[in-house]
Write a protein that binds this ligand. Structure first.
Ligand code: HEM
Length: 164
């Protein structure tokens, strides 16, 4: 039997929900990140985030079937601001939420740390007011080896890979 997905190793859907809820609270409490969330966000933001991360980490394709997949996530962030005071704080809150809510597994934490840095690096170029919108970008899939192609190939692009 192969290794479980990152999603299963983390604890499945309840763990994704706990991660998203803890992360979102950290954003609201953060002096920099509270600003973008202060204009009234979707009341279902936490379950949306949980569904998105669950799918990225190898769980069921809930975000793609209910929210429009990866391009829809990017569109939420596109053309919001020309400055990016947010991404370092975003990564910091994610790392803290992982440590607070997920199993104390160094390999899991390391690959999720790689994920959030690559994920943030992908979103930020869409933020400027004049940036072009996303093309038909595929939903990322992360495993213990880093970012995979949905066909099982390991990306040789900008994604960080790690062997536990
Ligand atoms: C870099 C700084 C970021 C900021 C300041 C930020 C801020 C926000 C805000 C304010 C919303 C709520 C939009 C609304 O409901 O009106 C949101 C939604 C969301 N964000 Fe981010 N975000 C950032 C990066 C990211 C990254 C890197 C990811 C994933 C790789 C991500 C994933 C999501 C998802 C899945 C949603 C929910 C979209 C939906 O409702 O379907 N965000 N973000």
């Amino acid at each position: 039997m192969g290794r479980p997905t990152l999603y299963d190793a983390a604890g499945g859907a309840p763990a994704m929900l706990a991660l998203a809820a803890d992360f979102h609270q950290r954003c609201l409490d953060h002096p920099t990140l509270s600003h973008p969330f202060s204009h009234g966000v979707d009341p279902e933001h936490v379950p949306h985030l949980a569904a998105y991360w669950g799918e990225v980490f190898g769980g069921p394709p809930v975000y793609s079937t209910t929210r429009g997949g990866h391009p829809a996530m990017i569109r939420v962030h596109a053309n919001q601001c020309d400055e990016d005071p947010f991404s370092a704080a975003f990564v910091e809150c994610f790392d803290a939420a992982v440590a607070a809510t997920l199993p104390d597994d160094p390999a899991l934490r390391a690959v999720l740390g790689d994920y959030i840095r690559a994920g943030t690096t992908e979103v930020v170029p869409y933020m400027p007011l004049s940036a072009a919108g996303p093309a038909d970008v595929p939903m990322p899939l992360w495993t213990w080896a880093g970012r995979q192609g949905r066909d099982g190939s390991v990306s040789t692009g900008e994604a960080v890979t790690r062997t536990p």
